[in-house]
Write a protein that binds this ligand. Sequence first.
Ligand SMILES: *Cc1c(COP(=O)(O)O)cnc(C)c1O
Length: 380
Amino acid sequence: MENKRVYLCLAHMSGNEMKYIQEAFDTNWVVPLGPNVDAFEADLEAMVGQGRHVVALASGTAAIHLALVGLGVGPGDEVVCQSMTFSASANPIVYQGATPVFVDSERDTWNMDPDLLEEAIRDRIARTGRKPKAIIPVHLYGMPARIDDIMAVARRYGIPVVEDSAEGFGSRYRDQEVGTFGDYGIMSFNGNKMITTSGGGALVCSTEEQKRQAMFYATQARESVPYYLHKHIGYNYRMSNICAGIGRGQMTALQQHLAWHRHMCQCYVELFDGIDAVTVHVNPDSRFDSNYWLNTILIDPTKTSVTPEQLRLALDAAGIESRPLWKPMHTQPVFSGAPAYVNGVSEHLFAHGLCLPSGPCVTDDDAQRIASIIKQQLAR
Ligand SMILES: *Cc1c(COP(=O)(O)O)cnc(C)c1O
């Protein structure tokens, strides 16, 4: 049997993207603003609801950066960030001259542990005399964090929350879109995310004033006078009208994408049913509704001596891409000086987890093949 290579999560076009791009060319809106940007923002606002305001940007990383700018994070400040994440969650803290304080995860969602968060806040206040300036929880792999509990801790100490929902587009907690619980939420439309604009992101704002301010900083902080007057340092972070056209097309296929990612999860759950050493990462209870952006498994080291790396190599040899889970930020050389509050969960996840192919480019047959290779390895 001849098999095409199976990738973790490929971009998948709806077929409507070219129409919006063509419109942009026909009307000469080949610039970082225009009708596609406005319409894409309107699509995103309609999707997330909650009266939130959305600013389309060049990347998810830019969105986190602008949220921190909006919250006034600066040199000498500390910002609490989930340790189990992609470095883009934490890098903008350093762009602002602030220090990240990493907090470990709890076992069910793999996201920020609310109790450990509170412990970290108390300890930072005791040590520095100041509370952290912001908190960045992440909805990793699309699994909603325990956002109610995290928000409760944040409110108790009066600290704003920036939800990194880059991987959680379309995920819901208690029937509410992730990214709409905190003071800000962020989205990513990078090539491998739930939907793509080839590269892009968005900032979800809770007030109109936050949106106005984000647009100001995203367009070089130019004051509204006829000449170029600057009182603040700005950025060139707006999304182009071409990219937004791709985004509008992608939005027409969002429900199919979400359905397929969730279907893949169901496939993996069934295929690994009865395999003791493998646990598929699923919603802990009915409040959680993950988009299953990447489906992930944990290998129980007490039940097998086969490592995730052995599985990855076996899958790779069969033309299937898989990947270790994110390496925790508190173990990254670049953040070695940062304070960290750890409980062993994220390090356990990194040592024993594996991301499996997901999304519209992966078929039921692919999932079957992936599972049988893993089962073969475990049986050796
Ligand atoms: C992808 C990602 C980002 C950054 O988004 P970009 O659009 O690639 O800049 C931030 N946080 C997490 C958790 C991500 O997965």
